[in-house]
Design a protein around this ligand. Structure first.
Ligand SMILES: NC(=O)c1ccc[n+]([C@@H]2O[C@H](COP(=O)([O-])OP(=O)(O)OC[C@H]3O[C@@H](n4cnc5c(N)ncnc54)[C@H](O)[C@@H]3O)[C@@H](O)[C@H]2O)c1
Ligand SMILES: [Zn+2]
Length: 351
């Protein structure tokens, strides 16, 4: 097992290893949780792992209740959030009790927002079961649900008390979901660690999963610790995401997030080189790493379509679009492009 300390104001540990799920109750007790636990899971994950989690918690003396919701991003909404809050109230959870998110990023984001807001905050533990949740969303304290107007528009910063990642749970994850998680892993390599990039560039099955996830968590944790509330350095984590979000939007959300991020990274790397904005041409290596990890590198949309989607981004501020660009593999920087020049940038990246 590997232990990573996340040094935010109220720090916590991320445990990564094999066979950890049956130790959930004991680990939660070790970090001071007790009383009741509300296990939150979707209807794919619950049949696979809820029983093991429940038994472990009960063995450690917790009273356990559960909330299972239908899987999918479309259920990360206000209705599911309200149902979860009502379930917490019905089960009479108090501030000293704990919400346990057992699942992917959807479960983590939804549960975290409920944990942040019910009684203005109660205990929160993340048990990620997707590669994306393990290497990205379960670390950093961002929680949210979607509104009809857009993704993640209602949310809060709320750090968990513990993250427990049992790598064995990844064995039931569909291949496409695994690949989507790899997009964020490759991203962490490109923005902060050449060695990590080299470890994963050959594709799945060719690297030490536990070590790679732990290193990912460390990279994200270091960035988050420097910028807990997303006011600066954390924007580096948006590598591939500005263009990726435009791809998602142009597709009407039919292109999965990880695939969109992969396309976004490839476009950014190609454009950066062609526009003289990177020191080395990283595009071929990034493209190869993405392809080896079963991810796309070509954008199905033209510059006009992408531009339209990028400009309608609700989180955009002013006339400058900030992009994260690779200087070389392992180092990225933030670069502002005026909206009048973004068309030329996209054209260079789409070629
Ligand atoms: N909070 C953050 O910082 C942050 C960062 C990145 C992404 N996110 C959010 O994360 C969400 C995406 O997360 P995700 O990709 O994990 O999606 P997800 O939670 O929907 O999981 C993907 C699918 O895999 C299934 N699944 C999960 N674990 C499984 C397992 N072990 N075996 C079999 N099936 C399993 C789920 O039921 C679901 O159908 C988005 O809502 C995104 O906004 C949040
Ligand atoms: Zn992402």
């Amino acid at each position: 097992m590997r232990v990573i300390d996340v040094r935010v104001r109220e720090g916590y540990q991320v445990l990564v290893g094999s066979g950890l799920l049956p130790q959930l109750g004991g680990e939660m007790a070790r970090v001071g949780r007790r009383g009741s636990a509300m296990l939150v899971s979707d209807d794919n994950v619950a049949p696979l792992y809820l029983k093991t989690a429940k038994e472990s918690l009960e063995k450690a003396g917790f009273r356990v209740c559960s909330f299972v919701f239908p899987h999918g991003e479309e259920n990360k909404n206000l209705q599911t959030y309200a149902s979860l809050l009502n379930a917490l109230a019905e089960e009479k959870l108090t501030k000293s009790d704990t919400v346990v998110a057992l699942g992917g990023g959807v479960t983590g984001d939804l549960s975290g927002f409920a944990a942040a807001t019910y009684l203005r905050g109660l205990g929160f533990v993340q048990v990620p079961t997707t590669l994306l949740a393990a290497s990205d969303s379960s670390v950093g304290g961002k929680t949210a649900v979607d509104l009809p107007a857009g993704k993640n528009l209602a949310g809060a910063f709320y750090q968990p008390d513990l993250v427990l990642m049992d790598v064995d749970t990844l064995r039931t994850l569909p291949e496409e979901e695994y690949a989507c998680g790899m997009a964020e892993v490759v991203k962490h390599g490109v923005l902060g660690d050449r060695r990590l990039f080299d470890q994963v560039k050959q594709g799945p099955g060719r690297f030490d999963e536990e070590a790679v996830i732990a290193r990912n968590v460390q990279i994200k944790a270091e960035i988050v610790a420097e910028d807990e509330f997303d006011e600066g350095k954390r924007q580096l984590l948006n590598l591939g995401h500005t263009i990726g979000h435009a791809v998602e939007k142009a597709s009407g959300l039919t292109v999965p997030h990880g695939q969109a991020v992969a396309i976004g990274m490839a476009v950014a790397a190609r454009a950066a080189w062609r526009m003289g904005l990177s020191e080395e041409n990283c595009a071929p290596e990034i493209e190869q790493a993405l392809v080896n990890n079963h991810l796309p590198i070509r954008c199905p949309y033209g510059p006009e379509e992408l531009l339209k989607a990028a400009l309608s981004d609700k989180k955009r501020r002013g006339d400058t679009i900030h992009l994260i660009l690779p200087r070389r593999i392992g180092e990225c920087y933030r670069h502002g492009v005026d909206v009048s020049e973004i068309g030329a940038f996209l054209e260079a990246g789409l070629r």
